[in-house]
Design a protein around this ligand. Structure first.
Ligand SMILES: [Zn+2]
Ligand SMILES: [Zn+2]
Length: 297
């Protein structure tokens, strides 16, 4: 099994990190978890044709997890994709998908391009199969089984968020937290997995500031809490991801981030702080994700 981190940022526009996306490849099949901005380009950088990705699982419907989906599907349509992908996600996924294509945001584009006969032959791929899921097993084929649990991110009545676990029939397991505050359901689901990919949006040094501005304080996991979670999951290996661009060196990104965290906490040095805080509890194998990172299991 191969895991490729397509995007490793949270919601900030950051030229160094794309938004959430993970590709899991088992034998010749690709399963994409999230499709945040940049995911399609990252597939190509990873040597994967977007046409060949047939299963897309959306952890939740925040834009940093879904914004590349229309680009992903429209570009693979005009590059002769043969079959529509299967899209799995929380309730609301169907509305998101239905408002993009035939009678949605890209109606005129599709009408224009289907004037060419070639484009008409596979226009059906723009009607993806959508399955809105509940916690439990959400997908199974001969190679993998995917399980979902609710995590703690957006109030459930507005929009559920999923943590996801993929088990291969060959015996390997990967868990992705989605976006979440520390969540016992996720810890239970991740028990003894080979690889835990967990969000780590803000460093400890930003948390006091964020408590004062009262935005997103209950929705994410701190590095210290992540170390504790990884120990309790007994994961074989930990990848921290979904970084709030706190390591940026771009002046404009720093300027934008000032409303989210203290300016002293922005810069590459903060990644050292994050690693140190995860390590307070967790002595095991640790990677801090970057775009394009590849992990073989
Ligand atoms: Zn996010
Ligand atoms: Zn989110």
């Amino acid at each position: 099994m191969r895991v490729t981190m397509l995007g490793t940022a949270a919601a900030v526009p950051d030229p160094d990190r794309n938004h959430s996306g993970i590709l899991i490849t088992e034998q010749d099949r690709h399963y994409m978890f999230d499709c945040g901005h940049g995911a399609t380009h990252q597939l190509i950088r990873s040597g994967v044709n977007p046409r060949d990705v047939d299963v897309v699982v959306l952890s939740h419907l925040h834009y940093d997890h879904i914004a590349d989906f229309p680009f992903f599907l429209l570009t693979s349509w005009i590059m002769d994709r043969k079959n529509p992908p299967l899209v799995l996600g929380p309730p609301g996924t169907r509305q998101f998908v239905d408002h993009l294509f035939e009678s949605g945001a890209f109606t005129k584009d599709i009408e224009a391009r289907t004037q060419y006969k070639n484009r008409q032959t596979n226009v059906h791929v723009l009607k993806p199969r959508v399955k809105e899921c509940e916690p439990g097993v959400i997908f199974e084929d001969e190679l993998v089984k995917i399980t979902a649990c609710y995590v703690e991110h957006i109030p459930l009545e507005i929009s559920p968020c999923f943590g996801l676990r993929l088990d291969s029939t060959a015996g390997k397991s990967v868990v992705f937290s989605g976006d979440t505050a520390p969540c016992e359901r996720l810890v239970d689901m991740a028990k003894d997995c080979d690889l835990l990919i967990h969000e780590c949006t803000f460093p400890e040094s930003a948390l006091e500031f964020r408590r004062k501005i009262n935005v997103g304080t209950w929705a994410h996991t701190s590095p210290t809490a992540l170390g504790d979670i990884a120990v309790r999951c007994n994961c074989g290996s930990l990848v921290a991801t979904h970084f709030g661009s706190f390591d940026t060196t771009w002046p404009v990104v720093k300027e934008m981030l000032k409303v989210h965290m203290p300016v002293d906490s922005i810069g590459p040095h903060t990644m050292d702080e994050v690693a140190r805080d995860i390590r307070r509890c967790y002595p095991g194998d640790l990677r801090l994700a970057h775009d394009g990172m590849r992990i073989d299991l």
